[in-house]
Write a protein that binds this ligand. Structure first.
Ligand code: PLP
Length: 220
């Protein structure tokens, strides 16, 4: 299967409410261009250096999402162009993004990453941690950030019951935060969940953004 055929196959499975992030980490510019020529404009990367070099060389109408774990000291160069930083999981990182965005007069969109998997190796906030952060007065002073929703990764397992219940938990976290903190924000609408092996389950649990890599570009 070609990249074009893979994209077409996936696109026709997605409801209109779900956007596809083509996760292009480790893949070459040529491979991204094939996806671009097939109409894909939204790509996800998880390393700052790799993202920067792709952003510099590839067409400027590509929207880039940062999908990995981001260190506060590495954010500066991506702030001018990044469309969405998925996976903000600490107050410190949020503060650093706000500060860099303020310097250049930009408002940067982010998702809050939640720990929903059984594995403890995965990054992410708990619901009480997020509530504490969003209730704080410092948070209210962050004028250069828009929180657009939540993101999470399910346990790496073939047990679909576990995966589904974890995605449903993320959806429920979304609803609780929406009611408590974002009732008046139209921006807070995204649930980023679902990868190559579990995106159909994620969609059935309310995903609005799927992040798919290997099913488009082949194994890494
Ligand atoms: C790599 C990655 C993906 C895509 O994984 P695939 O299994 O290749 O679809 C999605 N989300 C995050 C955060 C990733 O790091």
């Amino acid at each position: 299967m070609t990249i074009t055929a893979n994209l077409q196959f996936i696109q026709q499975q997605l409801p209109k409410t779900v956007k596809l992030v083509a996760v292009s980490k480790t893949k070459s510019a040529e491979q991204l261009i094939e996806a671009y020529q097939a109409g894909q404009r939204l790509f996800g990367e998880n390393k700052v250096q790799e993202l920067l070099s792709k952003w510099q060389t590839l067409p400027k109408d590509i929207e880039w999402h940062f999908i990995g774990h981001l260190q506060s000291n590495k954010i500066k160069p991506i702030i001018p162009f990044i469309t969405l930083i998925q996976g903000v999981d600490s107050f410190r990182l949020l503060a650093a993004i706000n500060k860099e965005a303020e310097k250049i007069g930009r408002v940067v969109s982010v998702l809050l990453e939640f720990h929903i998997a059984e594995e403890d190796s995965k990054f992410g906030l708990s619901l009480p941690e997020a509530e504490e952060m969003l209730g704080s007065s410092e948070w209210k002073s962050f004028n250069h950030i828009t929180v657009c929703g939540v993101m999470g990764m399910a346990t790496f397992t073939s047990d679909e019951v576990i995966i589904k219940s974890e995605f449903e938990r993320l959806s429920s976290i979304f609803v609780q935060l929406k009611e408590k903190f974002f009732r008046d924000s139209d921006h807070f609408c995204e649930r980023s969940m679902g990868m190559s092996d579990d995106y159909l389950i994620a969609i059935s649990a309310g995903s609005t953004l799927v992040r798919i890599g290997s099913k488009i570009f082949g194994n890494r």
